[in-house]
Design a protein around this ligand. Structure first.
Ligand code: FAD
Length: 403
């Protein structure tokens, strides 16, 4: 869904780390999203994988931006978290479905890029970056969401390889994906230390699944694994070290969920500012009402704070700051930005009155779209727990100081 109005409501708060060519490139990215991608998303069912959209993003080089080291002789390296956030924010402010499709290719592709052998990377990465192979990240299960280490899907030894059994749920791009970065137990008694990761082709015998319809249409579904064969050539990283593979990808992507939320909130704020000026009530522009203008001010201020936090977290990741600091900032950024986006979008809808509720309108769309961001890749409560745990670490009250 494309945003129709746009006023400048803020600069990228990227800590001065972003060069001018990159900012110009982001203008181009927004232009591509507006003219090349939005028509493709408008023409398709947002609850299903949109292959023409992915191929268009591949051809336009947008997916290639997610995997900058592909094609070079150097060893594979991550996209900078700052660039990932800028890219996601820029596309989200124009077209949320295109943004989601891009992010899901990254989430599904990164375990392969980061942990796969040269052979696995060559098998999958060029096609993922071209938008010709649809990727997915399959960790969650009906009984294991926030508590990801509780997964029960298992890999049972079968000669040189394994047979996969179990169920995965809430998997974006399932059941249509061409390749799943999938996480299963190879040593069930060992908790998170008994998880292995595989690049599982979606057409392997024994893989089946179905779509799940959500409040806001999203390509998502459940997967059933019934004796699916995987071999050593499908393994990502070392056996029993797969949980780290999952966490490494999630650590890269977590601040960028905040950037997605900031991008959505930004287009809601733009629309609210515009509407506040153009709608006349009681003989004056709506924005003349102090309660409306103060709400706009609050929305803009919280949004700018969220943006700064997102780029602080991304910058901590890029600079390889102390792990503890990275985790704390990333958790703060993810929950503050998504909660803020919910507040901003709700405020923008309120300012629009009944118009904000019309099906197919920008605010109705964003109102439904923002909701899931507070749940996936670590719900708000889980992020707060991470922040609180980090604050308490190493703090011991002096003897006798505790009441
Ligand atoms: C749109 C969407 C896309 C998704 N895509 C993927 C995907 O591609 N791959 C994938 O593997 N998964 C995906 N998921 C699943 C997502 O990661 C899980 O939904 C998420 O981890 C939460 O798990 P759950 O839904 O089982 O909720 P639960 O773990 O049952 O938690 C329910 C609620 O309990 C509260 N809660 C949980 N734990 C705590 C705690 N420790 N302290 C305080 N409160 C707590 C929170 O409010 C939470 O929302 C997706 C989900 C959605 C909605």
């Amino acid at each position: 869904m494309a945003s129709k109005t746009r006023v400048d409501t803020g600069e990228f708060g990227a800590g001065g780390k972003v060069d001018v060519p990159l900012l110009q490139a982001l203008e181009e990215v927004r232009a591509i999203a507006r003219s090349g991608l939005a028509p493709l998303t408008a023409a398709a069912d947002a609850g299903r994988v949109n292959r023409p959209l992915l191929e268009a993003m591949g051809e336009a080089g947008l997916l290639g931006r997610l995997f900058p080291s592909l094609g070079s002789e150097d060893s594979p390296s991550d996209v900078s978290a700052t660039e990932l956030c800028l890219l996601r924010e820029a596309i989200a402010s124009v077209d949320t479905h295109a943004e989601t499709a891009l992010a899901l290719q990254g989430l599904g592709g990164y375990p392969i890029l980061q942990a796969g052998t040269d052979e696995i990377r060559k098998r999958w990465m060029p096609a993922i970056a071209a938008g010709k192979a649809v990727a997915a990240f399959a960790l969650s299960e009906p009984g294991a969401g926030s508590d990801a280490a509780a997964i029960e899907a298992r890999a049972v030894r079968d000669g040189e390889g394994w047979r996969l059994y179990g169920e995965k749920s809430w998997i974006s791009n399932a059941p249509e994906a061409d390749v799943y970065s999938i996480f299963v137990k190879t040593a069930p008694e060992a908790g998170s230390r008994g998880v292995s990761a595989f690049a599982l082709p979606g057409d392997r015998p024994g893989v089946s699944g179905e779509h799940i319809d959500l409040l806001a249409p999203h390509p998502i579904g459940r997967l059933v694994l019934d004796g699916v064969h995987v071999g050593p050539e499908d393994l990502l990283g070392e056996e029993n070290k797969g949980f780290r593979v999952a966490m490494r990808t999630l650590n890269l992507f977590r601040p960028s969920v905040g950037a997605f939320a900031v991008g959505m909130a930004r287009s809601a704020l733009d629309a609210a500012v515009m509407h506040g000026e153009s709608r006349v009530a009681f003989g004056a522009a709506l924005a003349e009402q102090q309660s409306v203008s103060h709400l706009l001010a609050e929305m803009a201020t919280r949004l700018e704070a969220a943006r700064l936090l997102v780029y602080a977290a991304a910058s901590a990741y890029d600079q390889r700051d102390e792990q503890e600091k990275q985790a704390r900032l990333s958790a703060m950024a993810k929950y503050f930005a998504t909660e803020t986006a919910q507040f901003v979008i709700d405020g923008a809808l309120q300012i629009h009155g009944a118009r904000g509720l019309v099906n197919g309108g920008l605010l109705e769309h964003l109102y439904r779209e923002v909701r899931a961001t507070r749940i996936y890749e670590g719900a708000t409560e889980v992020q707060r727990t991470i922040v609180a745990r980090s604050l308490r670490k190493g703090v011991r009250p002096a003897d006798g100081a505790r009441d």
